[in-house]
Design a protein around this ligand. Sequence first.
Ligand code: GAP
Length: 457
Amino acid sequence: MNNDEQLMEKIVTLCKNRGFIFQAGELYGGLAGMYDYGPLGSLLKNNIKNLFIRKFVEERRDTYLIDSAIVMGEKPLTASGHVGGFSDPLVLDQKTGIEYRADTLLEDAGINTQGMRIKDMLDVIAAKGLLGHNDLHQLIGREFNLMLKTQLGSSSDSSVTAYLRPETAQGIFINYKNIIDSMHPKVPFGVAQIGKAYRNEITPRNFIFRLREIEQMEIEYFINPEQWDLQFEYWRDEMLEWCEMIGLDMNKLHEVEIGDKDRAHYSKRTIDFEFDFPFGQKELYGLAYRGDYDLTKHAEHAKTKLQYTDPETNETYVPHVIEPSMGLDRTILALLASAYREDEVDGSPRSYLALKPQVAPYKIAVSPLVRNKDDIVLKANEVFGILKATFGNVAFDDNGNIGKRYRRQDEIGTPFCVVIDYDSLDDGMVSVRDRNTTEQERVGIDELVTYFTTKLQ
Ligand code: GAP
């Protein structure tokens, strides 16, 4: 196993053992492409969502947050092109009966699939013997639609076909008119949404990298078409600022311009933000110029006007859209890969997550030095109450000896540990230990809130 494979294994093990992420349905053998977030994973995820809302909604005056239905009807998804075209190339090897995603098979073998059609992919797969033989006749290729279909309604006569949304974006587009009519925004304005999306991936893999149930954080930013290149550059900077703000390793981030043949059907320009995951450089986020594709299609199919009239110039037009699109699960994996560290403390190995305080599941862990001295335990509870009231996610940890508690908190990325000891009872001071440096300092209980307000920024 090479270092990257080891790192991936360590991250997966840490996630399971420390309550971050579990295989969904594990008790019954597991469900491929699905994961459950445990107590610490949920805190981490929520912190990221809150930062997204703070940066892209609360700190702006031009962006609205919505929460649209996950189940969508067939009509809007036909209009958006998903019913007809949201597919991946699938190859069935009749020799084994196993199905593969053709482009992934080729890319894993170092073959660039840009602009390749499925027929070309089968030719190369056979010629290179990627499935262990060269028999082209045994390979059947087809486009496989990734949407998860369901039926709404009880009887087969009256039930209607519906889909779990493949992206949060479409919930925004079909609410464009509602937002214009209710909020009266001025272009440019954005609509943001965080939520689940579903894709029946042919080969889900790499832990939470390629999932069938995903969570996305997306913004559709509606603009005057004349502004598109300026706005595209602006959102590119915003996305980079976001990556830095949450603590991604910026040396592992790469911007990749997507060529004409490989852009999604709706996009006139796309940049992928790729990240050096332990299994290779892969897409983390996308920034797309979707033009007026979505609003025009929905207007056509819904037989309504989806336009904007500028109140100053009276000009009426269909706004164009810049779309920053970010997967939450991939964000978490990239953050864990950025933050995982190993070193040696007092002669023994330690692993820790150097997460930024803003994203760390717990900001602080409070401990009584010993569990059997009532005064110390009481004081620790008092300090815990004060810190929890101000900083929310604070842990109370009195499990095992103090050394073990430090290691446990380091491993889950808690930036600071506060310990109440015998001296605390006399001098009103506690010791505060820094996760990264392991250095400790004495701080007065009265000063803790001010101290951490600065430290946790
Ligand atoms: N609205 C545009 C859109 O959905 P996308 O590139 O298909 O574009 C956006 O997806 C982001 O969602 C990706 O950059 C990635 O972060 C995340 N994502 C997409 N498919 C995923 C999957 N199967 N598993 C995990 N994350 C995924």
